[in-house]
Write a protein that binds this ligand. Structure first.
Ligand SMILES: C[S@@+](CC[C@H](N)C(=O)[O-])C[C@H]1O[C@@H](n2cnc3c(N)ncnc32)[C@H](O)[C@@H]1O
Length: 273
């Protein structure tokens, strides 16, 4: 799994947009200030770090050591995060938790298996929260919706990169998360969207590009320098002002059980990790 984002972690941490204060505040209010939260597929702590300031503790789990290292570096001074290497197949090895959040990571997993296992591991009031891009309110997210993406597509094609994997890196292929959850024990859904306008410069768009799994430094290998030059030149040729705006809508999808599981079958997180 590590090679999926090989070399991307520093770019991810610096250039991938977070979810914004309002989305994190809503998430924290919903989960509760006293909760211990598993952030599964935490990356460099995009959710874990701001959430840890608002809940009791966050267990930040990711299979990529480079992501965890970046998270540990960024979280210096935020004691309520514990970083652990692991993934969606090692949930039973983790200490008990009250809720699970996944930011742009659920689609990398065997989603049905994860939900079935979480149904056994989460306490009666435990919820599964998914965070990710939502497109404009009421519209599905579109991979080609941003003003620079025709250029990105062209340069990536020149380098033999599969930009359509970008869609997979944001959203599950196959059944949408909503539908899968609606057919699971966590079928009580609440969705909130949070809109923001971001402004990018050319360094930001190049850094963002290197944060994607399909165009990571590991994928580009010794073509990394040539790719950066070509992408930068193409971006500025298309827009000499070097300024791009993006309307970004984040969705926070909270999924809870309609009927709580009997407590005897669940593990409670009564002690701090
Ligand atoms: C797009 S990043 C999301 C990082 C962060 N959660 C965020 O919201 O920005 C996806 C992360 O999921 C991790 N990942 C991939 N497969 C996973 C799995 N099966 N279980 C847990 N995490 C996984 C990757 O290593 C990567 O750090």
């Amino acid at each position: 799994m590590e090679e999926l984002f090989g070399g991307a972690a520093p770019y991810y941490a610096r250039y991938r947009p977070g979810y914004g204060k309002a989305a994190i505040a809503f998430l924290a209010r919903t989960l509760g200030a006293d909760s211990q939260v598993l952030d599964l597929g935490c990356g460099p702590g995009t959710i874990a770090i701001p959430l840890a300031r608002r809940v009791r503790a966050v267990l930040a789990v990711d299979p990529a050591e480079e992501m965890l290292a970046e998270g540990r570096r960024l979280a210096a001074g935020v004691p309520a995060v514990r970083w652990l290497r692991g993934d969606s197949t090692t949930l039973r090895a983790l200490p008990p938790f009250d809720h699970v959040v996944m930011g742009r990571s659920f689609h990398w997993m065997d989603r049905a298996a994860v939900l079935a296992e979480l149904d056994e591991l989460l306490p009666p009031g435990g919820t599964v929260a998914l965070l990710g891009p939502a497109g404009r309110p009421g519209e599905p997210w579109q991979p080609d919706a941003q003003p620079w993406q025709a250029i990105e597509r062209r340069v990536c094609a020149d380098f033999g990169l599969d930009i359509d994997a970008a869609a997979a890196s944001f959203h599950a292929t196959g059944e949408p998360h909503h539908d899968l959850l609606a057919a699971s024990p966590f079928r009580r859904l609440e969705s909130r969207t949070f809109a923001r306008r971001l402004v990018w410069d050319v360094d930001g768009l190049v850094g963002l590009q290197l944060s994607y799994s399909y165009s990571s430094p590991a994928v580009l290998g010794d073509r990394l320098g040539a790719f950066v030059v070509a992408f930068r030149e193409a971006l500025l040729a298309g827009n000499p002002a070097g300024r791009w705006e993006q309307d970004l809508v984040t969705e926070v999808l909270i999924a809870g059980r309609t009927e709580p599981r009997p407590p005897a079958r669940t593990r409670r997180s009564s002690t701090s990790w």
